[in-house]
Structure formats: C-alpha cells, structure tokens
Ligand binder design. Structure first.
Ligand code: ADP
Length: 171
C-alpha cells in the first residue's frame, strides 16, 4: 500500500520541539502523515484550534507529505474517516505508557483497522511537555530551547511579554 497514511492526534497546545521530533520520525515511516488537532477540550486550551493549526502549518511548511487537520470526537472515528492505517503517539517516560496503552487498546476495539504506533523522541525532548512550556512561559521563563520561533512569538504575545528582555531596563 504505497499511500499508507498515519494520523498523529493531540492537543498541540502549543506544538513543541518534542511534537516536531515525532512528526519527523513518523514522516520517515509513513508516506503520508496527518497531524490532527483534537478540538474536544478547546475551553481548557491556551490557543484556539485555528492558532494551533496555523503554528503546526508553519513549522511543517517544508514537509510536503505532512498535512494539518483537526477533528472533534473519537480519534478512532477520525482515523477511519481518513482511512489511516496507524495512529501515532509519543512515549516519553514510563508514566506515558499506562495512558497510551489504555488508549491504544480502546482505539483497537473502536477501529480494528488501525494500529497505534508509539515513537520515542530524542533525548533532549524526553522531559518536554506543552503544559510545562506554558507554565514556564507564563512566569516569564525562557522556553526558546523547547518550542520553534513562531510558537515562542505566540507565547510572548499571549503572555504580554516583549520581543527580548536583554535590553530592557529593570528600573
Ligand atoms: P494530548 O496528550 O492531549 O493528546 P499532546 O499535544 O500533549 O496532546 O500530545 C500529543 C502526543 O504527543 C501524545 O502522544 C504525547 O505523548 C506526545 N508528546 C507530547 N510531547 C512530547 C515529547 N516531548 N516527546 C514525545 N512525544 C510527545
């Protein structure tokens, strides 16, 4: 099947270098990859679905086999709709395993046509999560090692911080 398609679902609130690492890895394995923003818990998210899609599109612009989409409801149903053969998820630590395992088995029941493929990020991204990035950025900490420049800019805008703190006067 030359057109094997995989979906990589998540909140991506916001996308990090960890997500990007997984996108690169998955795009090496599958001829087509759909990165899909789950819209189910939009109210708890810092960025709107449109903003998250825009950031994902910007950071995958040079990857022609990667498409950005969004979906509401079950991942298994979205995978069926896109005729996906796989759902890609990330495993950072053992703590991710229990949740991902439960989801994988559930999705297998809901859609036997699709398998979950878990990928491990490279070492610098093992402890990276959108939640921690948001917490640090909100408190004014540097997250430039954790997110692509466009995401850094959006975080600064969201938290009302200037472009650079190096030349600002502390009074
Ligand atoms: P959610 O957990 O709400 O689905 P996330 O955007 O937090 O959405 O994560 C989407 C997927 O990407 C999950 O499988 C998660 O484990 C994985 N992921 C998130 N951050 C990283 C990272 N730093 N390295 C590898 N995988 C990651």
């Amino acid at each position: 099947m030359p057109n094997r398609l995989a979906v990589y679902p998540g909140s991506f609130d916001p996308p990090t270098f960890g997500h990007l690492d997984l996108i690169y890895r998955a795009a090496r394995i599958f001829p087509r990859l759909v990165v899909a923003v789950a819209t189910n818990n939009e109210k708890q998210c810092l960025f709107t679905v449109a903003e998250r899609i825009e950031m994902l599109q910007a950071i995958t612009r040079d990857m022609p086999t990667v498409e950005i989409d969004s979906f509401t409801g079950l991942t298994a149903e979205f995978a069926r709709k896109r005729a996906a053969v796989a759902i890609v998820r990330g495993l950072r630590a053992i703590s991710d395993f229990e949740y991902e395992h439960g989801m994988a088995v559930t999705n297998q029941k809901l859609n036997p046509e699709v398998d979950t493929v878990c990928l491990m990020p490279s070492e610098p991204y093992l402890f990276l999560s959108s939640r921690v990035v948001k917490e640090v950025a909100r408190l004014g900490g540097d997250v430039s090692h954790a997110v692509p420049p466009i995401v850094l800019e959006r975080l600064r805008q969201r938290f009302g911080q200037g472009q650079s703190t190096s030349d600002s006067s502390s009074g």
